[in-house]
Ligand binder design. Structure first.
Ligand code: NAP
Length: 487
């Protein structure tokens, strides 16, 4: 039996999870969650009140004190159980992810399994993080009798805010390190993604974590976001989402430690010596998987003019073979999360064509389903050269040298990742060293995994680092205890 939802008529209303209990909000209001491709409500989530946020944070603070005192091995047992419960629930959760964010069942299932792997790896990493000690006499005038013992201690209550596109994985990527590090969590899922997030918490509930340690607060970010971010009871914020939202949040957060993973405009740089078939394969899966609704999607191609025609020919042929349609059919290109997102992508395409870009393929639309679109001869005066579409449109900018590619890559306000395609490893490194992004992929598509690699956004793409070890470190601080021995 599940207590997460009330079912009346055909849709369920999912509850808040506060202090280990599933509750309806006293606001009496619930938010309809529309499926991006079924075009109907698939459920409702609670619109939490400020008083309920206060309560959730109060219980989290209380639970955190006891949690910080229990051993790492004990914490590990709860997290392993949570991972097992997620695996047990993988079919059910994948079905919800599919309907809620319009992702194929196969991708949704691998998101859940990857999440369980993420949790297990986090446990193992946390078990192997050790502090250090320092001798006093390594500094001039210092004494051997002084020894500093440096340990990592939890920050307190972590506010975890993920985006819609990986509603389980990107949420657990915050919860698991926070918990292993000894923190409590206030989890505010993206509203579109909140049912998937609730299911993930249902698995956590089955693992019987101490009450109040993890609390699920649902409601629109525009309504409760600021209240959560500015709340005095929050000790750290881990946020993944759009750049505008992140920048506003950072202003509000004041002195609370923050990790921000934001938008991107990842370039795929194709040199004249690249294996074009290989490069095209990576560019297409990078640009069009899940309709480009990935932070690390390849969002522009900077290709040497001498191989541009050949690359465009291969890209066109392969793009026209992509499956387009419903997530129910396992399509790669699926309807975007909502009409507004599709309108935005259409606006970028229209602007580019109006300013002289060549439409190679695509520019077809059915409601919020935008067909994969390839634009050639994109120039720097076009919006699509700079703005993040979060949709299936790929602009190609022809360049005449590596320097020009590097300059255009770096002119972007974003700095998440970049790909360089070349057979010359020396050139690859020379370019990678000059690119202003958190990571550079050589001869591969831009992507977040594997999850234990550091994942870093610079400039408008973020602040701080994720990646399992980095996330644990960001959710702890160093504490120094100095031992003064009798001389
Ligand atoms: P979004 O609109 O910025 O929303 C992200 C989260 O912020 C949601 O949970 C949202 O809640 C919440 N939020 C909204 N207003 C808030 C406020 N005032 N205070 C606190 N939280 C607030 O982003 P999205 O559309 O879900 O995701 C797409 C964006 O995320 C893209 O730009 C993409 O590149 C980026 N992204 C980045 C990474 C990365 O690791 N770098 C990974 C994935 C996605 P509501 O849903 O209730 O509004």
């Amino acid at each position: 039996m599940t207590f997460t939802a009330l079912t009346s008529s055909s849709v369920s209303t999912y509850k808040l999870y506060i202090n280990g209990k599933w509750e309806q909000s006293k606001s009496g209001q619930a938010i309809d969650i529309q499926s991006p491709y079924l075009y109907e409500a698939i459920g409702k989530v609670q619109a939490i009140t400020k008083e309920e946020v206060d309560e959730a944070i109060h219980f989290a603070q209380k639970a955190q004190k006891e949690w910080a005192d229990i051993s790492l091995q004990e914490r590990a047992k709860y997290l392993y159980k949570w991972a097992d419960e997620l695996v047990n629930m993988q079919d059910e959760i994948a079905e919800v992810i599919k309907k809620e964010v319009g992702k194929s069942y196969k991708d949704a299932k691998s998101e859940v399994v990857r999440t369980a792997d993420f949790i297990r790896y986090t446990v193992e990493e946390a078990l192997h993080i050790h502090g250090e000690s320092m001798r006093g006499d390594s500094f001039p005038g210092g004494s051997q009798s002084k020894i500093a013992i440096i340990q990592r201690v939890p920050l307190g209550v972590v506010l975890a805010i993920p985006p819609f596109n990986y509603p389980v994985n990107l949420a657990a990527a915050k919860l698991a390190p926070a918990l292993m590090a000894g923190n409590a969590v206030i989890f505010k899922p993206a509203t579109q993604g909140a049912i998937s997030g609730t299911k993930m918490i249902e698995a956590l509930h089955k693992a019987e974590f101490p009450k109040g340690l993890v609390n699920l607060v649902t409601g629109r970010g525009s309504v409760i976001g600021d209240y959560l971010v500015e709340h005095k009871g929050i000790n750290m914020i881990s946020f993944t989402g759009g750049t505008n939202t992140g920048v506003n949040l950072a202003k509000k957060a004041s002195m609370v430690p923050l990790v921000l993973e934001l938008g991107g405009k990842d370039p795929g740089i194709v040199r004249e010596d690249a294996d074009l078939q290989e490069a095209a394969k990576h560019i297409i899966s990078g640009a069009f998987s899940y309709s480009g609704q990935r932070c690390t999607a390849i969002k522009r191609v900077l290709v040497h003019e001498s191989v541009a025609n050949e690359l465009i020919g291969i890209l066109k042929e392969e793009i026209e073979k992509l499956s387009v349609g419903s997530p129910e059919d396992g399509s790669m290109v699926v309807p975007l999360i909502d009409d507004q997102s599709a309108n935005f992508v259409q606006g970028l395409i229209d602007d580019a064509i109006k300013k002289g870009a060549t439409l190679v393929t695509g520019n077809k639309r059915e409601r919020n389903l935008v067909y994969p679109t390839l634009l050639d001869h994109v120039t720097e005066d076009m919006r699509v050269a700079w703005e993040e579409p979060f949709g299936p449109v790929l602009p190609v900018i022809r360049v005449s040298s590596d320097e020009e590619a590097i300059n255009i890559a770096n002119e972007s306000e974003f700095g998440l990742q970049a790909s360089v395609f070349t057979k010359d490893i020396n050139k690859a490194f020379a370019i990678a060293n000059k690119i202003e992004t958190g990571s550079v992929q050589i001869n591969g598509r831009t992507e977040r995994g594997p999850d234990h690699f550091p994942f870093i956004g610079v400039k408008g793409s973020g602040m701080g680092a994720q990646g399992i070890r980095k996330s644990i470190e960001s959710m702890t601080r160093e504490k120094v205890t100095v031992l003064n021995l009798a001389e």
